[in-house]
Design a protein. Structure first.
Length: 259
């Protein structure tokens, strides 16, 4: 049975530019390593997607609406359903000095921000810079190799997945209790100083209300955990280390006396 609109799924994919075969995005670590785009700081894993809700490119969304859990397929996406057609009016020539103190360091292919817009440097010369404000992949046909890994069914799985979508936590760090219409979500200390944490809480709540309609209230509970045990363990290790050093020192002294 095809996936319904609003289905939450985990999707593995590798996206390429059709005419160059260059990988522009992937959830698969092996593909990232092969393409030379591997980022060791990133966690490669299937991506959470809500089918038909605009979480991905239109062309990919449409393909997912005909897919089933477990399907593997290749999807070709035209520019009008991808990053759009190229618009010549979005290309501007500006004085290089307008880029500020580091204007002399600018080179072709750099992405820079000016007047709150991001543009790609296409030309540098004679004191002028050509900026392209089209998306980097505008006008390109894309190829997606996708694998619908799983359709998320249970409320517990939905709460955990939606929380991880907004808050960068490992599975074992996400703790919560569903008490009838109330969800109590425990936040560990490493989340307290996240940029925009209040906005993030609102986003998590809204998505949980949407995808788990039985939940009518979300309570975020800041959880502080004592470090007393860790400190005790550390002190014990330190004392044991000192004992070992003392014993080794005594052995050395005894050997010297014998000599």
């Amino acid at each position: 049975m095809p996936l319904e609109k609003g289905s939450l799924i985990l999707l593995d994919y590798t996206a390429k530019i059709k005419d160059t075969d260059n990988i522009i995005e992937t959830t698969i670590e092996e593909d990232a390593k092969k393409s030379g785009t591997h980022d060791p700081s990133r966690n490669y894993e299937p991506k959470l997607i809500s089918v038909g809700e605009g979480w991905v490119l239109k062309g990919l969304d449409e393909a997912l609406s005909t897919a089933n859990e477990g399907d593997k397929m290749d999807v070709e996406i035209s520019p009008d359903k991808g990053f759009g057609e190229r618009d010549p009016s979005k290309i501007r020539m500006i004085p290089q000095r307008k880029l500020g103190d580091k204007s002399d360091e600018v080179s072709i292919g750099d992405e820079i921000e000016i007047e709150k817009r991001k543009g790609i440097v296409r030309y540098v010369g004679s004191g002028r810079v050509q900026l392209d404000f089209n998306h980097r992949y505008a006008g390109r046909v894309l190829l997606y190799n996708i694998n619908v890994v799983k359709k998320i069914q249970t409320d517990d799985e939905k709460v955990k997945s939606l929380t991880r979508r907004w808050i960068p936590l490992k599975d074992d760090k996400i703790k919560f209790e569903i008490k009838g219409p109330i969800l109590e979500l425990f936040l560990p200390e490493e989340t307290f100083l996240l940029d925009g944490i209040q906005i993030i809480k609102g986003a998590v709540s809204n998505e949980i209300f949407k995808y788990v309609p039985s939940i009518r209230s979300v309570k975020f509970i800041e959880e502080y955990v004592t470090r007393e045990k860790d400190e005790k363990d550390s002190n014990v290790e330190e004392q044991e280390g000192k004992k070992v050093e003392e014993q080794e020192g005594k052995k050395v002294e005894e050997q010297k006396k014998k000599q």
